[in-house]
Design a protein around this ligand. Structure first.
Ligand code: SAM
Length: 482
């Protein structure tokens, strides 16, 4: 058939799991949507679909790995929970779907280590029940959610979707569906996909903060995750699908630089609103202040305004709302489309274009997550400078949980660096690329202890809340001294 592959069978030894990724070129699937079968010791264990990544992601592979990837090559990636292979040497074959014909370099023998990562991160593998909604939609007066969850095994209570007002609706849990791949490190939990839906009451009866739901139990009062919630903005539903006069939803390119993909308008808006209201809940629960208590708020690394648009829409009287980012494309999008806020550019290194003490809250959703370790300290100093005494920095970062979710893609070296040095920034992230600093944007991981020590040189560490951002990243709530 004249099939070829650029890179396949990149098999990492992930202790109790195996990660495989590669490129496939299949003339029978010229749009790059080929599929491959993963065969381990003769057993066909998974079929994986490939897709053609964005051109700049391809460019990243070309430069980082010296691969000449054709424009129509499909990329595939698969992580397998494989405790049954632990301690064994296995043969991994990556074949064109439905055949026994391996891709070029598609055969490898791999020794699966015996619980090395499990030993390094034992504490992180014990807890962390929670959920994250991969899909959120509102239509015909109904809220529909689905996503992945880590559900405790040892309970006889019944899972429920629960609204703030007390209304409950059933949740359907299903084993598998990719949950094993992502949540492989939680052996004491059921790793499931969930789906749930709830009829929305009339929007004019909702509280100002929107209609808020969480996953929990029928009888027990505590939610499955202390902070995770989905909040449907009242403004969004009151005018049908779109608010009259509301800013447009950014397009694919703008969103992809922030989310790695683009999502539906409802998901973009509800996701940003939920992120904002989770932040308010964490700040109220740890520092005690409410949104209207802040005189000036900076959304640092605001991207395409996912959260900023809602900060501006819900601005308290006299409150200053500002955003800044180092990505010129998204700064320009925000400047053109968002009202009620000011949006500035900043470089990859300090300073920010603001006066000393200009803000009493700086938020950074998934920004520290991308800043190289040798630059991070100068940014903590800069956030300290633009905050007034007593001001709060609310920063999300990739802690141990995010690290383990990403373990298959990262490889053992990164995990060992985090275990020994407390942090790792060795992986580039292809979503944002600056011409003046092409190596800048990384996927960075910190243990909570490392982040606490780094931030603690400047700030009082009020709280570190594991997985508070989307049941994935951890949150640091920091207070400026003095
Ligand atoms: C994952 S995106 C998150 C965007 C936004 N906070 C959100 O939650 O939708 C990370 C953003 O941080 C920005 N960024 C990274 N380092 C930055 C820095 N040193 N200063 C300003 N922005 C930065 C990137 O350009 C990108 O827009």
């Amino acid at each position: 058939m004249g099939l070829s592959v650029m890179r396949a069978g990149v098999v990492d030894n992930m202790s109790s799991g195996l990660g495989m990724s590669g490129w496939v070129v299949d003339p029978a699937a010229p749009d790059g949507r080929a599929a491959v079968d993963i065969i381990i010791d003769g057993e066909r264990v998974a079929r994986v679909a490939a897709h053609v990544p964005r051109a700049d992601v391809q460019a990243h592979f070309r430069e980082s790995f010296g691969l000449d990837v054709p424009a129509d090559a499909g990329f595939f990636s698969k992580a397998l929970m494989a405790p049954r292979f632990e301690g064994r040497e296995v043969e991994v074959r990556v074949c064109f779907a439905g055949t026994d014909e391996p891709l070029t370099n598609g055969v490898a023998r791999v020794r699966c280590g015996a619980g090395r990562i499990r030993a390094l991160f034992a504490a992180e593998m014990a807890g962390h029940a929670g959920w994250s909604p991969a899909h959120v939609e509102v239509g015909d007066g109904v809220l529909r959610l689905s996503g992945l969850a880590a559900w405790p095994r040892a309970t006889d209570d019944v899972p429920m979707l629960r609204a703030d007002g007390g209304t409950v609706a059933p949740v359907r849990l299903q084993d598998g569906g990719g949950a094993d791949d992502v949540l492989w490190f939680l052996p004491d939990h059921r790793r499931v996909t969930f789906t749930a839906e709830m009829a929305l009451p009339p929007a004019d009866s909702w509280p100002d903060g929107g209609f808020s739901v969480t996953l929990g139990w029928e009888r027990g009062g505590t939610p499955l995750h202390p902070w995770q919630r989905v909040v449907v903005p009242r403004l969004l539903v009151m005018a049908g699908d779109r608010r009259a006069g509301s800013p447009p939803v950014p397009g694919h390119d703008e969103q992809a630089r922030v989310l790695g993909q683009s999502v539906s308008a409802a998901q973009f808006e509800i996701g940003g609103y939920s992120t904002l209201h989770t932040m308010w809940a964490v700040i109220a629960g740890t520092d005690g202040r409410r949104p209207q208590d802040f005189r000036a708020i900076l959304d640092w690394g605001c991207g395409c305004g996912r959260v900023l648009r809602w900060l501006a829409a819900e601005r308290a009287p006299g409150q200053r709302i500002a955003g800044s980012d180092m990505d010129p494309l998204n700064v320009s999008w925000c400047q053109t489309h968002l009202a009620g806020c000011e949006v500035h550019s900043n470089g990859p290194h300090p300073p920010l274009p603001f006066a000393d003490g200009a803000f009493d809250l700086v938020l950074g959703h998934s920004v520290i997550t991308h800043i190289p370790l040798d630059v991070a300290e100068t940014w903590f100093a800069e956030l300290d400078r633009v905050l007034a005494p007593g001001g709060i920095a609310y920063l999300t970062f990739q802690g141990a949980y995010a690290l383990l979710c990403s373990a298959h893609a990262l490889g053992v070296d990164s995990l060992e660096r985090v275990a020994s040095a407390g942090a790792d920034d060795s992986s580039r992230d292809a979503n944002v690329r600056l011409d003046e600093a092409p190596d800048y944007y990384r996927a960075v991981f910190h243990t909570p202890e490392h982040l606490r020590a780094l931030a603690g040189r400047r700030f009082e560490v009020v709280a570190i809340e594991p997985t508070a951002y989307g049941h994935f990243q951890d949150v640091a709530v920091l207070r400026k001294r003095g």
